[in-house]
Design a protein around this ligand. Structure first.
Ligand code: SAH
Ligand code: SF4
Ligand code: F3S
Length: 409
């Protein structure tokens, strides 16, 4: 049997897309391998959100030149967001590439494979069995926002919401396959809507499926975190008490120039409301947006102090060709590095504090191994006794070392 090796870069949406593309290839007689050396086909699914991400994918592709030479009949598929951005140009620089399939073509991936003439068409796609306790379900694709630094709308296209029926069927299948946790995915996942259904309705519906113990979602946009949303999901404890809410900056001026659609004050109100409903909040922050002054940057630092984040992923601004911000003069690289350093120092203690704050509190742990699992608010916990993988354990936290919670049971 021919072997397929998959290398995925980027976000969870890309991981889900890799799974979908893999299903079409498994259906054409391939089996998955973790060893590049024994593979006949490599699928590289790429990211272009920052220059560094794209660079990593391209340098991996560079290394595949030798891999392909070593054995006749080997093939390479280059897919995802960098493939979308660079398009046909890629085949000029990398003539040994067999197929380029951009992120927007995911729904046509199967027919692209057929058109390529490289693969034998198969009767049916064989979906790979999910690994671990979490089943990923894409609920929307693309993005209708126009954040001035961001390339995603241009590579992923406008929003397209999948029908709730299809989403529920997929989630039910994953639950049957042994995933008590369902993670709903989309670039602005909470922009999902249907004629008679809101995103909150969808969350509640998924949580009510047989076998579903916990529902997560990523990445939400702060705009759609409204009192109505919190009211609709607030009492449903199957909806995990953790939200990854990218806020990007603490300065209202920079937020406006980024076209994020909210101010620092609005953001702090939303964060407070989320905390009141028991949500732990992690975030993304960008330093060195072209117009960011020392004062603006200081606002990001004080936001971190005020917001009580459980974690923050910090990025240096990376200009992306074709975005409005890429027209603006860049700040000095030294300033970006300094600011990133200061911010990283500020966020370093966040997780440790958040872990510490759990001591003496109740916890609901979904077991990912016999003695290890994650709490509803997304902290790792180690239990005293052994439990079945996938079961939910109600217990109390007695101690923490800053990276792990220890429980009574
Ligand atoms: N859809 C999500 C985030 C998508 S990209 C949202 O709307 O929040 C993931 C993260 O990459 C973003 O949250 C942002 O912090 C970062 N990012 C996006 N474009 C960037 C750029 N040009 N430079 C640096 N970081 C960027
Ligand atoms: Fe990019 Fe903004 Fe869309 Fe997120 S909401 S994907 S940051 S344009
Ligand atoms: Fe990257 Fe595309 Fe995701 S650019 S962050 S892989 S949507």
């Amino acid at each position: 049997m021919k072997k397929l090796f998959i290398q995925t870069y980027g976000c969870q949406m890309n991981l889900a897309d890799s799974e979908e593309m893999a299903s079409h290839l498994l259906g054409r007689g391939f089996a998955l391998t973790q060893q590049l050396e024994e593979a006949d086909l490599v699928l590289v699914n790429t990211c272009t959100v920052r220059d560094h991400a794209e660079h990593r994918a391209l340098s991996f592709l560079g290394r595949l030149r030798q891999w392909k030479r070593e054995k006749p009949g080997r093939h390479i598929i280059f897919a995802g967001c960098a493939a979308q951005r660079l398009g046909k140009k890629l085949q000029k620089t990398f003539p040994y590439l067999d197929l380029v399939s951009g992120a927007r073509e995911i729904e046509q991936f199967s027919s692209l494979l057929d058109q390529s003439g490289l693969f034998t068409p198969a009767a049916e796609a064989g979906t790979p069995a999910p690994q671990g306790v979490t089943g990923y379900v894409t609920i929307m694709r693309g993005c209708d926002f126009a954040c001035t630094y961001c390339i995603v709308p241009s590579v992923r296209g406008p929003v397209h919401c999948l029908p709730s029926q299809e989403i529920l069927a997929q989630a039910a299948t994953k639950a049957r396959q042994g995933c008590p946790e369902i993670m709903l995915l989309g670039q602005t996942v909470n922009a999902w809507q249907e004629e008679n259904k809101t995103f909150a309705d969808l969350l509640n519906d998924v949580s009510a499926l047989p076998g579903v113990e916990r529902v997560r979602f990523v990445s939400p946009h702060p705009i759609f975190i409204t009192p109505q949303f919190l009211q609709a999901v607030g009492n449903n404890t199957k909806i995990a008490r953790h939200i990854h809410l990218p806020v990007q900056s603490g300065s209202s001026k920079v937020l406006q120039e980024m076209k994020r659609g909210y101010t620092r004050e609005i953001l702090l109100d939303k964060i407070e409301a989320l905390h009141r409903c028991g949500f732990a909040i992690s975030t993304d922050l960008i330093v060195g947006f072209p117009t960011e002054t020392e004062e603006d940057f200081a606002q990001t630092l004080t936001l971190v102090e005020q917001a009580g984040f459980s974690a923050a992923y910090c990025f240096k601004y990376s200009p992306r060709q074709g975005t409005p911000a890429a027209q603006m003069p860049l700040l000095d690289e030294k300033i970006l590095e300094q600011r990133l350093d200061i911010l990283l120092n500020k966020v370093r203690g966040l997780a440790e504090n958040a872990y510490g704050a759990h001591i003496g509190r109740k916890a609901e742990i979904l077991m990912e191994s016999p003695t290890k699992g994650r709490t509803s608010d997304n902290f790792w916990a180690q239990t005293k006794k052994s439990y079945t993988i996938g079961s939910v354990v109600q217990t109390e936290v007695t101690a923490s070392d800053g990276t792990l919670l220890f429980t009574r049971d």
